[in-house]
Write a protein that binds this ligand. Structure first.
Ligand code: IFM
Length: 397
């Protein structure tokens, strides 16, 4: 009997988020932002996943995946403050049930960057009652998922939302203010804590977490104290601070990992160590050892770890396959050293709307033709599915 690289129950899957794939998501802040800021592309009909989800989940299952991460769209579920739309709740419950029917474990995010327009128009994350509003929405959403979804993520990448929306100002709400950034970061801690408390009290069987982005900060020059100190500081600010603040309110750790970043000072760094280093279409480094380091670091939080995102924007599909295999090898190495990794969700199931970058970057193991919506499974998707089915990496990895 060949030895498996991953345990039988390991959750191999792929991820998406509502605004990036559903289409017609016109009641949220991002829709307005795309129109007002003249984004590279409008999200428009995206992948029409709102209508085509049965077909898409079936494709994931046919590939051999046993899990699927998707998000609920708050702006659809609560189109006006305090009014919850039963049809939308039924829609998302059906998505989770459809997964179950196909033997696919649903992993559900309740918030993935977008806000209902009524909230963004009133101060968004920083509006005075936003914590209570978020917790109330999460409670209703969790009720709708009862018996259908076990793994629930309250917030996707809270510190990326802070960085892009309140430091760099390139995402809504377009602020560049350290004071607002700090307030938003604190507020997103209270969002999670409030939502966790509310859901935990009503649904003791649900396993709750945050999809926490982790950047592998490394000193560009390990001999320079400034680079070393800078990388520790940046890792604290972007990686560890939030995880520490919600430490007692997580049943598992959700890890979104993409790359290493090379640090040259307290708030400075470069994406690549040298100009000839291989990179993704996003210009990010390709660094499976950064994933391995992240997993070892996260062991300190003493919870099971689910890789809720890891992936590559690649014009060449063989680059995607190599990325997946090399990152899974890093996961397997960590697993064999006792790190409790319970799953891996590739980002993304489908080519989709990559925020400010529009439709140019192709992350999907399934390609989507923008004109026809035709789906094409890429060879990397097939090979990933074979790994998922067998629990084994290709020989020689
Ligand atoms: O597309 C995003 C996703 O929404 C959040 N994590 C990173 C992905 C790739 O940039």
């Amino acid at each position: 009997m060949p030895v498996r690289d991953f345990p039988d129950e390991f959750l191999f899957g792929a991820a998406t988020s509502s605004h990036q794939v559903e289409g017609g998501n016109d009641n949220c802040d991002w829709w307005d932002w795309e129109l007002a800021k003249g984004s590279r592309d409008l999200s428009g009909s995206a992948c029409e996943h709102y209508q085509r989800y049965p077909e898409d989940i079936a494709m994931a299952r046919d590939l051999g995946l046993n899990s699927y991460r998707f998000s609920l769209e708050w702006s659809r579920i609560e189109p006006e403050p305090g009014r919850f739309d039963e049809r939308e709740l039924a829609h998302y419950r059906d998505m989770a049930l459809r997964c179950r029917e196909f033997g696919v474990e649903p992993i559900v995010s309740l918030h993935h960057f977008t806000l209902p327009r009524w909230l963004s128009a009133n101060g968004g994350v920083l509006s005075p009652g936003s914590t209570e509003r978020f917790a109330a929405y999460c409670a209703v959403a969790a009720d709708a998922l009862e018996g259908a979804a076990r793994y629930v993520l309250t917030i996707n990448e809270p510190m990326i939302l802070v960085l892009m929306g309140y430091v760099d100002g390139v995402w809504p709400p377009g602020k560049r203010s350290p004071t607002a950034a700090l307030a938003a970061a604190r507020r997103l801690v209270s969002w999670h804590l409030a939502a966790y408390g509310r859901i935990r009290a009503r649904h003791p069987d649900m396993l709750l977490g945050v999809a926490k982005h982790w950047i592998d900060f490394q000193p560009l020059d390990g001999h320079r104290a400034l680079h070393r100190g800078g990388s520790r500081l940046q890792s604290y600010l972007l990686n560890r601070w939030y995880l520490g603040a919600v430490r007692q309110a997580q049943d598992f750790i959700g890890l979104n990992y993409y790359s290493t970043r090379y640090v040259t000072g307290p708030l400075r760094g470069v994406p690549l160590a040298s100009e000839d280093e291989p990179r993704t279409e996003m210009g990010w480094s390709i660094s499976p050892q950064g994933l391995y380091r992240a997993l070892l670091a996260l062991r300190a939080y003493d919870r099971p770890i689910m890789i809720t995102e890891n992936g590559i924007a690649a014009a060449q599909d063989d680059q995607r396959l190599a990325y997946i295999v090399d990152h899974l090898a890093a996961v397997s190495k960590a697993l064999h050293q006792g790190v409790p990794v319970i799953g891996y969700q590739y980002w993304s199931l489908l080519d989709n709307f990559e925020w400010a970058e529009g439709y140019r970057p192709q992350f999907g193991i399934i390609g989507v033709d923008r004109a026809t919506q035709h789906r094409t499974v890429r060879p990397s998707g097939r090979r990933y599915g074979e790994i998922a089915r067998s629990g084994r990496l290709p020989k020689g990895t």
